[in-house]
Ligand binder design. Structure first.
Ligand code: SF4
Length: 216
């Protein structure tokens, strides 16, 4: 299949996933949402950022990362010279939890197939996890404080292909805790190096007693 046709098929497939998300009733979060927030960005994005869950403004607009954390993310991308057009942004769960509470495991589990399918269609060069709920998708037994900024290649359980994960703190954490700002900025410099092929990801296998993705 030629590249243009392939991209067109993928665009249609991604839009179909997003239509399903907008009308999804698989978990109780659909009852309180104003709008589901499937994600935004090009179908052939080189980087997928995965946050936690939509907040108040995202829920109102149906667009991810439109509040203060989104503005900070834009600033970080601009500072590190990463073109916003190379980026797709989404969340682990697509509907806002009441009061912005953390996602529950059952909600992440219910929503998981949507994110899997988005990644399968987009085929990004790097998946950036923002915060621990997102990081737990690949590294369920680790702490963001210990592994942020360390790119790792992981064999995807669903597709059997290699995926490069790059864990980071959530931008909102850096807004609440100013000492994290320089840490996040430094991680964005490393991210650009990964994209430029100047920083090689390490191979990662989950510890034998941890079944990967078992949290979900
Ligand atoms: S959070 Fe995900 S699984 Fe739950 S209703 Fe929204 S789209 Fe469906």
């Amino acid at each position: 299949m030629d590249l243009e046709r392939d991209l067109d098929e993928r665009r249609k497939a991604l839009e179909s996933v997003h239509r399903k998300i907008r009308s999804c009733t698989l978990c109780p979060l659909h009852t309180g949402r104003t709008k589901a927030v499937p994600g935004a960005g090009p179908t052939d994005a080189e980087i997928v950022f995965i946050g936690e869950a939509p907040g108040f403004y995202e829920d109102q607009q149906g667009i991810p990362f439109v509040g203060a954390a989104g503005r900070f993310l834009d600033e970080l991308l601009a500072q590190s010279g990463i073109d916003r057009e190379r980026v797709f942004i989404t969340n682990v769960i697509k509907c806002r939890p009441p009061g912005n509470r953390e996602p529950e495991i059952a909600e992440v589990e219910a929503c998981r197939a949507y994110l899997d399918r988005q990644l399968e269609i987009i085929r990004p060069q790097v998946i950036v996890t923002l915060g621990r709920h997102s990081m737990a998708r690949a590294f369920p037994d680790e702490k963001v404080s210990q592994v942020h900024g360390q790119p790792r290649t992981v064999v995807d359980a669903a597709s059997g292909t290699d995926l490069v994960y790059f864990p980071m703190y959530h931008p909102a954490a850096a807004l609440h805790q100013p000492s994290l700002r320089s840490v996040v900025e430094a991680d964005f410099v490393l991210l650009r190096q990964v994209l430029n092929g100047e920083l090689e990801p390490e191979s990662y296998s989950p510890p034998p007693d941890v079944e990967q993705l078992s949290l979900f």
